[in-house]
Design a protein around this ligand. Structure first.
Ligand code: ZN
Length: 526
């Protein structure tokens, strides 16, 4: 704008200069003529002078008109607006901007206001938008067509990423894809997918989508079929084992089979060791690996425990009494025993037999009230259970499962029917020797007793039961008291509270047997 005025001004100055010089030359010429023909041509000089004055007038008029023109141009100048952009991306962060505006040689952009009218950035279309600024005699308004356009393609996002590993063991299922368009929202259901196979273990999925303004988007997912299935590892023998101090630990190993590689038992790595000369808990970790490096780990826990013979050994738990009740639960005795134990806040151990639905609640109550439910056996029949090692192991695992189902409690504590010292099993020579080792290696502990109430034998009254127990308690050891809660055993029921009172008054404390309680056992006689 400024330059236009400058050009006009320069032209004007050049014109004035030209007129001035022309006048000067003309008057010089007139003077020379005047001097050369003074007398004869006086009249013609006058005429020439008049001619010059006429020209000057015309020039002056032109100059004045030109000046007036310049002034008018200045007064009525239209502001110059420069628009960077007349189209806006719908719903984007773009918005209407004030045009760069100059007026009277200077920038007046900050004085421009926008009248938006029905302009709506969220709907595509062409809108009339008015830009207004002040001028010398009022204001100037420019109406401009502003387009709201949609040129952005939808955005495709792939759940699980563009590089996807697919387990060979599963059928490929779409991990998830979404297409979101700024204007049209979720276009996921408009995605067209095409599968392109590359090889047996590789393929691509192409995703294509377009919005209603023909903006297209495309993404490709590369899928590699991999072996990510680890071998199946199985421990031979028990997961939780117990070994008596000094006995040899028999490492039974593990086997492993992989879906792709077959038997990978030879690749199993075993870590850890067992020191059977020291009491403690040891772990052995088995790791099976397939050719693709998929791993399965399993751990075996081996407890090295000590065994205390019933009559002389000290467990380090002096003056402790373990009340144990065999052959229950019974509906008429066990609940009353539980009442007394509850009243005296004493925890005991119940070596139970199989129970019917009616007595299941009693077993649950024993667990709920914090006692130990231990295994005597599904059956108590000596001929059946000591027929073979398998028969015996079945007899305890059957009850163990039942207790687990009833209460959720997994019992690993047993008492052999007849005790480990029994001779009733002699029809099967050596079975108790074999079983006492086997149950321990299978993760169980077993308990005999060192205080016998004789309530299943010679004791006929509660006084006799009371005397049999209290007279045999010893302060120098853990006392495992054998009693019975079979049906109708009122003599033990009636002696129980007195036995507890006597014990508490004489400095004994009561505990229940746990998997960590050192075993108190008899000498094996078969
Ligand atoms: Zn029994």
């Amino acid at each position: 704008m400024l330059s236009l005025y400058l050009i006009e001004l320069i032209i004007f100055i050049l014109f004035i200069t030209f007129v001035f010089l022309r006048n000067k030359i003309a008057s010089k010429k007139a003077e020379i003529k005047q001097e050369s023909g003074t007398a004869s041509r006086k009249g013609s000089v006058v005429i020439n002078t008049t001619h010059l004055e006429k020209n000057e007038k015309i020039y002056i008029i032109i100059c004045v008109v030109f000046l007036i023109g310049l002034i008018c141009q200045y007064l009525f100048e239209i502001p110059q607006m420069e628009f960077d952009k007349t189209s806006i991306e719908a719903k984007s962060s773009e918005d209407l901007t004030v045009p760069n505006t100059t007026y009277h040689f200077h920038n007046v952009t900050n004085e421009v206001t926008i009248e938006k009218g029905d302009f709506n950035k969220n709907i595509t279309g062409v809108y009339k938008v008015r830009y207004k600024t002040k001028t010398l005699f009022g204001s100037y308004t420019k109406e401009v067509d502003i387009s709201v356009v949609d040129t952005l393609a939808p955005e495709i996002s792939l759940e699980g990423g563009e590089n996807y590993n697919q387990s060979y063991a599963k059928v490929y299922t779409e991990p998830g894809v979404k297409a979101i368009d700024l204007n049209e929202g979720d276009l996921s259901d408009k995605i067209i997918t095409t599968r392109e196979n590359i090889s047996d273990t590789e393929f691509n999925i192409k995703y294509e989508v377009q919005d209603s303004n023909n903006n297209k988007a495309q993404k490709i997912r590369h899928i590699v079929i991999v072996d990510d299935i680890p071998p199946v590892l199985n421990l031979n023998g028990q997961e939780n084992m117990k070994v008596l101090i000094g006995q040899a630990y028999d490492e039974q190993g593990a086997t492993a089979v992989d879906e792709k590689d077959g038997d990978v038992t030879n690749n199993i790595k075993t870590e850890g060791s067992v020191d059977t000369s020291k009491e403690g808990t040891y772990t052995i970790t088995y790791t099976a690996t397939d050719t693709k490096g998929n791993e399965t780990k399993k751990t075996r826990t081996i407890s090295v425990i000590k065994k205390v013979t019933a009559n002389n050994g000290s467990t380090g738990q002096n003056s402790v009494i373990y009340l144990t009740f065999d052959d229950g639960p019974s509906t008429n005795i066990t609940p009353k025993i539980l009442d007394i134990l509850s009243k005296k806040n004493v925890k005991a151990t119940f070596f139970i037999l199989n129970y019917d639905t009616a007595r299941e609640a009693i077993v649950k109550r024993e667990v709920n009230e914090g006692h130990t439910v231990a295994i005597h056996g599904y059956s108590h029949d000596y001929k059946t259970i000591y027929k073979s090692e398998n028969a015996f192991m079945d007899n305890i695992s059957k009850l163990r499962e039942k207790i687990k189902n009833s209460t959720g409690y997994d019992s690993t504590i047993i008492r052999f029917p007849g005790g480990s010292s029994n001779t009733v099993s002699k029809f099967n020579p050596g079975i108790m020797t074999r079983l006492t080792a086997k149950v321990i290696n299978s993760g169980y502990t077993y308990f005999d007793w060192n205080v016998d109430s004789n309530d299943a034998g010679s004791a006929k009254t509660s006084t006799q039961v009371y005397n049999n127990v209290t007279k045999n308690l010893s302060k120098n050891r853990a006392n495992v008291v054998l009693m019975h809660d079979f049906s109708g055993n009122t003599k033990t029921l009636n002696a129980l509270e007195d036995i507890i009172n006597y014990s508490l008054n004489n400095g004994y404390s009561f505990e229940k047997i746990t998997p960590n309680t050192p075993m108190v056992t008899h000498r094996v006689n078969n």
